[in-house]
Design a protein around this ligand. Sequence first.
Ligand code: DC
Length: 361
Amino acid sequence: MIAIRGAISVDHNTREDILSSAKQMLKEIIKINRMEIRQIISVIFSVTNDLNQAYPAAAARELGITEAGLMCQQEMYVESGLPKCLRVMVLAETGDEQSSARHIYMKEAARLRPEFARFFAVAVDGPAGVGKGTLAQNLARALRFIYVDTGAMYRAAAYFCLKKDVPLTDAEQVENALANMCLSIENQNNIQRILLDGVDVTDELRTPEVSDASSKVAVIQAVRDKLLILQRKTAEGNNIVMEGRDIGSRVLPDAQIKIYLDADIDERAGRRLKDRDDMGISSDFAEIRRELEERDRRDIQRAHSPLKRAADAVLIDSTHMSPLQVMEAAMCIIYEKTGGLYGIRYSQNIGGDNIPPQIPH
Ligand code: DC
């Protein structure tokens, strides 16, 4: 006999929402635990005291769970507890060990037990040139999550406007132009490709001209709203590492892991200079530093979703850290936040030349 726990938040205190949430959770528990309805011995539901429009047991019966003992009760009231929460305990005779039970925490309730959420999101935010891309790609590779670079979406919008000679400071003209932009994302071997009208433009998006233009279009609310939909859609139903400026604070406020990566401006300018050298673009340190300062100013001061550290984001100041050290620090944060399901446990031995392990999931 195994005991399986589940929880889900219910949007509204209505009969319809309570029953549909209960069904959604039970179906998921049955599917993920590969169980048959006849194996279920009992189902005990609890609801917070703000849900009183239906007995969730009715949902179980509607799913065909008619032989099992069903019971509904009120969850003990805790002042700081998650409101409108429906919890369940399923006992089933599956012949499996208890250690194989897969507990399911869905929607807002995923916050209660991040390690049992169906999908994990790692949000990596921070200013320009801080190494978000390197960290996010390394994490995605090690965790086998999907990598999403939201900056590239703003770059694509800017590139589209530049090609069409749309003045970047005219919000209305930019909005009208982008109504005809067909932007899609493809993931090839965990490398994100950006397609505009079906044409892969990824390699055109990292020039200084596009960088500057991207932080100009990013201040326009209509641009942000349009890209927000695409960003959330990409995250849906996937384990992802998403990097940007407002991922933890706006795009994925429920992300289980939020990292805010920062570094001193001189250090960032030095890194950007090296990147440009590697790309064969000759640049000047002072000029890059000015460019970064200007982009930081626009990103931090804009009215809509400015760059800021989410209250629950963990700060990594990478000024004096190598990419590998940043990666290790992030993997330790992920280990803590996922209850050891992903990431690496902190050890005195990490650092130096240690390569973080590939986590099999
Ligand atoms: O990370 P990046 O340099 O590729 O981002 C390009 C621009 O897009 C950057 O100036 C700010 C903007 N951006 C944003 O406003 N919100 C995001 N989530 C990602 C990027």
